[in-house]
Design a protein around this ligand. Structure first.
Ligand SMILES: Cc1ncc(COP(=O)(O)O)c(C=O)c1O
Length: 427
């Protein structure tokens, strides 16, 4: 029976039962973490070869004969570009290989637009007001970049097929101060949705009042399918080229969750004019990124087909965890009318919405029972969830045994918080 159909007496009895369960969990002294979207150790082991595959016997020479121990090659080894190009269907000449973090490339891109402007436009820092559209729930580190640079964030509802495009089109066509949008288009962090073809085409073709409007296309989970048949994302670069808008798109990804987070290889792609401009500016910032790491990755990853095999190994580790977490939510919460959650087919997260006004209470209850959840509000601009209901669950890092206890504690906390909320309403 749905909790909202229960009488006051029934809710009070339920509260007593749940409070006893909760007290037992609390007394068990658990110390568990569901907050971190990190690969587990077994996934890291897949890439152990990276730690030893540069033996020094001439391994430092790239396919075109370049000695990677030395300075040179600003925009990345051709063989590293080839792998990304084959995987993502982006021409190699549109790609810049970066350092160990795509987030770093995103930060630098926004910083460059602030300082130098987008192509030949006025630097954003010289304008009175700069605003960005932020599909939400979204990735807190995108919001942190914008907030740190004083860029005003406008939340946009993220639907199951992408951002609410009617609102996006209405805003960008009428407001010159709106300079961009941050997107995680595939297995979005945290809801797991993938943008539909129609959404990608609308983003690629829409007319914007700002001539210097950019789409920050963070395809961090491009290859991170959990099941044999993955979601298919329309290629925004070729799509925007059809409308002459290819320089509007800044396309990012990395091998952070293919090889080793923090020690992988990142990539930025865009239209030719934008890539040339970025190369010119990066050339001032660095003589070149770490080519030894690129070479190490090329030796390990080999080619696009082998990368796809590696991703299957990751999926084999992650799938049971996602399936278990989802089964647990279904068994414990389905039909109660107190929570809704996503069924992602890839990526690293499950997004769960509690009843309005309950997420903070759930977070606090879980914390006291020893389970750390991602901060409430983290998935919204300025850390403020307007309905206090979204929780980002990251089931990848804990072991299967830990996950079982975590899900039991979490479900108990959700039930308890919901009962308290409903009782407060009845008062
Ligand atoms: C959407 C998204 N983008 C980027 C990153 C970080 O990428 P990188 O390690 O390449 O900086 C993450 C990490 O969780 C992410 O979820």
């Amino acid at each position: 029976m749905g909790y909202n159909k229960k009488s006051n007496a029934e809710l009070l009895a339920l509260k007593e039962e749940l409070a006893a369960q909760y007290a037992a969990y609390k007394a068990s002294g658990a110390k568990l973490d569901l907050s971190r979207g990190k690969p587990e150790t077994g996934q890291l082991d897949i890439s152990n070869e990276l730690l030893t595959n540069m033996t020094g016997d001439g391994d430092y020479i790239s396919t075109d004969g370049f000695d990677c121990r030395n300075y040179g090659i600003l925009d990345g080894l051709p063989e590293m570009k080839r792998i990304f190009s084959d995987l993502l269907g982006i021409p190699a000449e549109n790609i810049i290989i970066g350092g160990n973090s795509s987030l770093n490339l995103m930060y630098d891109s926004i910083a460059r637009f602030m300082i130098y402007g987008v192509l030949d436009q006025t630097p954003w820092a010289k304008l009175d007001k700069i605003r960005f559209l932020c599909p939400s729930p979204g990735y807190d580190r995108h919001f942190a970049i914008l907030e740190s640079m004083g860029i005003e964030m406008i939340p946009i509802t993220l639907n199951s097929d992408g951002p609410d495009m009617d609102t996006v089109e209405r805003l960008v066509s009428s407001d010159e101060s709106i300079k961009g949008i941050f997107c995680v288009p595939k297995y979005s962090n945290p809801t797991g949705i993938t943008y539909s073809d129609a959404t990608v085409t609308r983003l690629a073709s829409m007319s914007t009042k700002a001539k210097d409007f950019v789409i920050m296309w963070d395809n961090a989970y491009a290859l991170h399918d959990l099941y044999e048949e993955g979601d298919v994302l329309l290629d925004i670069l070729s799509e925007s080229a059809r409308f002459g808008n290819e320089d509007r798109v800044l396309y990012f990804t990395s091998t952070s969750k293919i090889t080793l987070p923090g020690a992988g290889i990142s990539m930025l792609a865009s239209g030719k004019r934008m890539i040339d401009k970025i190369k010119q500016l990066i050339g001032v910032q660095t003589i070149g990124y770490d080519k030894i790491n690129q070479l190490r990755h090329v030796k390990f990853l080999k080619d696009a087909d082998n990368v796809r095999q590696i991703m299957k190994m990751h999926a084999a580790i992650l799938r049971p965890k996602f399936n278990f977490a989802l089964k647990s939510l279904k068994e414990q919460l389905d039909g109660l009318g107190i929570a809704e959650w996503s069924y992602p087919r890839g990526g690293y997260f499950i997004s769960l919405d509690t009843m309005d006004g309950c997420a903070t209470l759930v977070w606090n209850l879980a914390k006291e029972a020893g389970v750390t959840l991602t901060n409430v509000g983290a998935t919204f601009p300025y850390g403020k969830d307007p309905r206090d209901r979204n929780l980002r669950l990251a089931p990848t890092y804990p072991s299967c045994e830990e996950l079982k206890l975590i899900m039991d504690i979490l479900c108990c906390c959700i039930k308890l918080a919901s009962v308290e909320k409903l009782l407060a309403k009845q008062r």
